[in-house]
Design a protein around this ligand. Structure first.
Ligand SMILES: C[S@@+](CC[C@H](N)C(=O)[O-])C[C@H]1O[C@@H](n2cnc3c(N)ncnc32)[C@H](O)[C@@H]1O
Length: 234
């Protein structure tokens, strides 16, 4: 490695190197499927289901960022969407593939870091992220927004589910600068309504609210201290 910063990308890579390497972490995270992680259930997010129930979304082409074992991608495919679902963990995609086969549905799973995606401008009607964004380091946030903006068609929708600040399952309330002093996201960054609104200020806000809680087993997933947001590209 040259360790010389000539381009913006070199700067991002240098900052990445101060933090946990994500691929190995997530592969080992998924190696034990029985460890009782709440989102290991195979049901979709309650907020995602509610967007359909309230007719915010029509069927089209969707990109899921950080799809993990695929529970939301599977729901979207069952609803008739054409689904591209990306994750950097091979282990999670292996599990997601198995679930898709069990459900007899086709999903285009992509094994990549979301920042290495080659997306044709304006391909998707909808971009969904459940639990990936809060693991994205602050210096990659602007790149994340660019991925979403590039992926969406004009008037396309973007929805997100992320940690609320100081939440039960995570959501550190450290400042962005503190991330680099500590060299850690402390398990994932927490957001508030206002923070999320500010980060995605280039989009039209449709709804920001807390996730509703659903005890399992259930047909939907909902845990306390998660924030959900639905936005539209302007
Ligand atoms: C908390 S899990 C959520 C998984 C899934 N969305 C769910 O709710 O069941 C976060 C996922 O994001 C993925 N991830 C994190 N950073 C990523 C990145 N830069 N590119 C692609 N995937 C990423 C991880 O591998 C992990 O599967």
């Amino acid at each position: 490695m040259k360790e010389t910063i000539y381009h913006y990308e070199d700067l991002l890579n240098m900052l990445d190197s101060l933090l946990r390497e994500p691929t190995h972490f997530w592969d080992s995270f998924y190696s034990d499927r029985e460890k009782g992680i709440p989102f290991f259930v195979n049901v979709p997010d309650e907020n995602l289901v509610s967007y359909f129930d309230r007719n915010f979304l029509n069927v089209g082409k969707v990109l899921e960022l950080g799809c993990g074992p695929g529970r939301n991608a599977i729901y979207l495919a069952q609803k008739g969407w054409t689904v591209d679902a990306v994750d950097l963990s091979k282990e999670s995609l292996k599990w997601a593939e198995e679930r898709a086969i069990e459900n007899n549905i086709h999903i285009n799973f992509i094994h990549k870091n979301i920042f290495d995606l080659e997306i044709e401008e304006g391909t998707y009607d909808f971009v969904y992220d459940s639990g990936c964004f809060h693991h994205i380091a602050p210096h990659r946030r602007m790149s994340y927004i660019n991925v979403v903006k590039k992926a969406l068609k004009p008037n396309g929708y973007f929805a997100i589910t992320c940690f609320y600040e100081g939440g039960l399952f995570g959501g550190s309330d450290i400042s962005d600068w503190e991330v680099y002093r500590l060299r850690s996201l402390k398990g994932g960054l927490g957001y508030t309504d206002e923070k999320l609104r500010t980060v995605f200020r280039e989009f039209r806000e449709i709804e920001i609210r807390k996730m509703k809680v659903f005890n399992q087993p259930n047909h939907v997933f909902g845990v306390p201290d998660f924030l959900t947001g639905l936005f539209q590209k302007e």
